[in-house]
Design a binder for this molecule. Structure first.
Ligand SMILES: C[C@@]1(CC(=O)O)C2=NC(=C\c3[nH]c(c(CCC(=O)O)c3CC(=O)O)Cc3[nH]c(c(CC(=O)O)c3CCC(=O)O)/C=C3\N/C(=C\2)[C@@H](CCC(=O)O)[C@]3(C)CC(=O)O)/[C@H]1CCC(=O)O
Ligand SMILES: NC(=O)c1ccc[n+]([C@@H]2O[C@H](COP(=O)([O-])OP(=O)(O)OC[C@H]3O[C@@H](n4cnc5c(N)ncnc54)[C@H](O)[C@@H]3O)[C@@H](O)[C@H]2O)c1
Length: 236
């Protein structure tokens, strides 16, 4: 089969990140840090992958983080990171408040060719965490290429409201149909596309509400800032 030609990005700006969905129960992940950001990352990891194989090390571990690691039986040590912590580790998330130490830990990870996320240094990250919409088995990951995690969070909220919870029933039924279809591969693909055509009759009609919401939100933020700067200039 010939590979289809790569699509060129349409807009001037482009997000080159390649999204993948990791099976964290098959990988060993080290989380360095036990403060606020570590809590956020740990919560996101466990909310998506409750069976994730995580270890945690931090000089000081907050009460909230400790409660979670104890509840989930996650091995943890309350001390500074040591290079030996990387033994048998596939992925590392560094969420510490010491820039020099995080640079040094990142260097150790690179030496071992371990994929690393450095919470305070996007330029050192091999991967970013994303905002996640989850409706049963449907999962949508959102990234702004690190430009605005807040907007990623807002887009998630919009999509969460857009997709009905019943989408899970649709997936269950589609799985049943998929398993009963006869014919060769291309015939099955044709039948599956035919059955689901009602879900996307006219793409443009669906794009509009989300696009409008984002444009209105963008305009509102712009006018808020413009108003603030004009007023502070006048009142000076
Ligand atoms: C999506 C989400 C996933 C998650 O963390 O699970 C995530 N950040 C979230 C929230 C959030 N983070 C920050 C705020 C405060 C407001 C703001 O700054 O906007 C809020 C909003 C809030 O908390 O409300 C601050 C912040 N974040 C980064 C820096 C460092 C820098 O930019 O230099 C700083 C400044 C630190 C400082 O100033 O000290 C960096 C990253 N944050 C990313 C992901 C990656 C890019 C994702 C993308 O491509 O968009 C990247 C690059 C690396 C990474 O962390 O993987 C999660 C939303 C969860 C949800 O959906 O609810
Ligand atoms: N990526 C993101 O989403 C995001 C969001 C907000 C902030 N940040 C950045 O993340 C960093 C951490 O922020 P925080 O609010 O979690 O800080 P925090 O002070 O709450 O926690 C810092 C943690 O790092 C640990 N630590 C420091 N040096 C260590 C070492 N050598 N080994 C092991 N543990 C060590 C401390 O013990 C503590 O547990 C900051 O640099 C902040 O700017 C990133």
């Amino acid at each position: 089969m010939t590979a289809p030609a790569a699509k060129q990005p349409e807009s001037r700006s482009f997000n080159p990140l390649f999204p993948v969905f990791l099976k964290l129960e098959n990988l060993d992940l080290l989380l360095v840090g036990g403060g606020y950001v570590a809590l956020e990352k740990l919560s996101a990891l466990l909310a998506n992958s409750p069976q994730a194989r995580i270890r945690l090390v931090a000089t000081e571990i907050s009460r909230d983080v400790k409660d979670i690691v104890i509840k989930h039986g996650i091995p943890y040590e309350e001390r500074a990171f040591r290079p030996g912590d990387l033994e048998g580790i596939d992925l590392v998330i560094i969420a510490i408040n010491d820039k020099a130490a995080s640079t040094a830990i990142h260097a150790c990870c690179k030496e071992k060719r371990i994929l690393t996320n450095v919470a305070d240094k996007p330029q050192y990250c091999d991967f970013y965490l994303s905002s996640i919409v989850q409706k049963g088995n449907l999962k949508i990951a959102i990234s702004t290429n690190g430009k605005s995690p807040t907007i990623a969070k807002r887009v998630k909220e919009v999509l969460n409201d857009t997709f009905p919870d019943e989408i899970e029933n649709v997936l269950d039924n589609m799985e049943k149909i998929r398993n009963t279809l006869k014919g060769d591969f291309s015939d099955k693909v044709r039948q599956l596309n035919h059955i689901t055509r009602v879900l996307a009759p006219e793409k443009k009609r669906y794009r509009k509400p989300l696009l409008s919401i984002l444009l209105y939100a963008g305009a509102a933020v712009f006018f808020m800032f413009a108003g603030y700067f004009i007023l502070s200039y006048i009142l000076k």
